[in-house]
Write a protein that binds this ligand. Structure first.
Ligand code: AMP
Length: 405
């Protein structure tokens, strides 16, 4: 049997291509980086060998094929590359936004998988063409090396129908696939496994509320290793207040805006790019650090943004705690969840009603993975750093090890 070791993880977005090369023996990051602003005159490449300082320079990357070629040339560069030739890469794992209902787990890419991915483009029109383009670019450059698609939605496919369906007539689900899919699944999955490891249990023994709080944010109620509910929906717009997304609204807000003369694209832009902390905070920033600082200085709009953020989060944590009939742990991850002790501290009073007592000192001083609840707290509060790239590499490794002999 072929020994699988080096896995390249590719996250191909509409104008960027991110990559990480792992040696799975020891889970070592050999190189990482990205090509950004693909297709523009100001395309740029960032490259980091292991933990060395980053290199950055402008590049000519008119499309994703050209960007991937630059990445692969850098990986094998004589003298200071990290591999001798591309044939050392045993498999490539691709982050794919949407698996619809067709993919409940990661999939080894073949013609039939590619055909299925093409039928899902309407569910992620911005991301799916770039995700599929990344796979095709790798097929061209790497030849027979296996590609694996790892879906942001797959971990949430275990949701029961009463959690995933919207209360619309059934034909809208059947005709257009309109239902809740959920996103950040790779992160929720990683954090579920890491929480179990941290607590010395199996995922099947635990009920967890996972809170991925970053510029995009979502929560999941994870019961014995399976998602029971999650806060994002048909798209990543639903749920909590995010950096630039509004999260849940009365759907009639959209109707009102249409009647006021706004187009679908304008409303899309408003709700996805101009709302959330950015829209409410009044400081032209979607960064939680700026919101916290300005709220501490008493700026009313920043206080409102932070209070709304907390209020909606507490609402979801409480709901998921009840849906799970109690939880063993509430887990924070993502840029805000891992780093902002001030943002986590805003939840402390209300979480204590659930028997989750945050230790203020631990919350302020510890960095994950760690426990920030008191020793006698009935429910553990944990900070667990997420690593979506590593999770994609692990899933790719598992699938390829099982299927390639
Ligand atoms: P992500 O999307 O997971 O990369 O998270 C990005 C967000 O994390 C940023 O917009 C910041 O609001 C927040 N963040 C990152 N680092 C810190 C930090 N050291 N303290 C507070 N918030 C942070």
């Amino acid at each position: 049997m072929k020994q699988i070791d080096k896995i390249l993880v590719i996250n191909s977005g509409s104008s960027s291509l991110k990559f990480t090369l792992y040696a799975m023996d020891g889970e070592e990051k050999l190189a990482s980086g990205l090509v950004e602003r693909i297709g523009s005159k100001s395309a740029n490449m960032v490259y980091r060998r292991g933990n060395d300082p980053k290199e950055e320079h402008s590049v000519d990357a008119p499309n994703h094929d050209a960007a991937l070629k630059l990445v692969t040339e850098r990986l094998v560069a004589p003298g200071n590359g990290v591999i001798g030739s591309l044939s050392e890469v045993d498999a490539i794992g691709h982050r794919v936004l949407h698996g619809g209902e067709l993919f409940k787990e990661a999939a080894l890419v073949n013609d039939s998988v590619l055909q299925k991915l093409n039928t899902l483009v309407h569910l992620g029109p911005l991301h799916m063409p770039a995700n599929i383009g990344g796979i095709k670019a790798c097929e061209k450059i790497f030849g027979e090396t296996p590609n694996v698609a790892v879906f942001d939605t797959a971990f949430h496919q275990s949701m029961p129908d009463y959690a995933s369906h919207y209360a619309l007539p059934d034909e809208y689900y059947r005709k257009y696939g309109i239902r809740k899919y959920g996103f950040h699944g790779t992160s929720h999955h990683f954090v579920t496994l890491a929480t179990a490891e941290f607590l010395g249990k199996k995922p099947e023994e635990l009920k967890i509320v996972t809170c991925h709080l970053g510029n995009g944010s979502s929560l999941a109620a994870v019961k014995y290793g399976k998602v029971l509910d999650t806060s994002m929906g048909l798209t990543p717009l639903a749920g909590v207040v995010m950096g630039t997304r509004c999260g849940n609204l009365d759907p009639a807000v959209v109707l009102t805006l249409i009647r006021e003369g706004m187009s679908a694209d304008e409303i899309d832009n408003l709700l996805n790019k101009k709302s959330g902390l950015l829209g409410v905070g009044g400081i032209n920033s979607n960064d939680m650090r700026d919101i916290v600082k300005n709220a501490a200085e008493g700026l009313p709009s920043a206080c409102l943004a932070l209070n709304m953020w907390t209020h909606r989060l507490v609402f979801y944590i409480g709901a998921y705690f009840t849906l799970l009939s109690g939880a063993d742990a509430i887990v924070f991850t993502g840029g805000i969840g891992e780093n902002s002790w001030q943002a986590r501290a805003t939840l402390a009073d209300q979480l204590s009603a659930l028997g989750c007592i945050i230790d203020p000192e631990a919350n302020k001083n510890l960095r994950g993975p760690c426990r920030i609840s008191t020793a006698d707290s009935k429910v553990a509060a944990l900070v667990i750093p997420t690593d979506e790239e590593l999770m994609i590499a692990k899933e790719t490794f598992d699938i390829v090890s099982k299927t390639i002999k």
